[in-house]
Design a protein around this ligand. Structure first.
Ligand SMILES: [Zn+2]
Length: 86
């Protein structure tokens, strides 16, 4: 289920994340990469990954939050599920 608004939001999300990636510092990039590498690891790794993710999230630009709000609002209003692929 999708519509023009869903597609517009998905496109906006992709752009916001691309922008966040290019504008984030090396520590955030390291954190994101580290979390991917830890998938399937031990419990200790999972705890560490969670810490890294919250560290990276605290630097999440306002633009992403705004698009996510728009996404959730549209999903609630229309019953659509906005699908987006990186
Ligand atoms: Zn829609």
């Amino acid at each position: 289920m999708s519509c023009m608004e869903c597609e517009a939001i998905a496109q906006e999300l992709r752009e916001a994340y691309a922008e966040a990636w290019t504008s984030s510092d090396q520590a955030s990039k390291d954190a994101w990469i580290a979390t991917y590498k830890m998938i399937g690891g031990t419990d200790d790794d999972a705890v560490r990954a969670e810490e890294l993710v919250s560290a990276a999230k605290s630097r999440e630009p306002r633009r992403i939050n705004q698009v996510l709000c728009r996404k959730f609002a549209h999903e609630v209003r229309s019953g659509h599920k906005v699908a987006w692929v990186v």
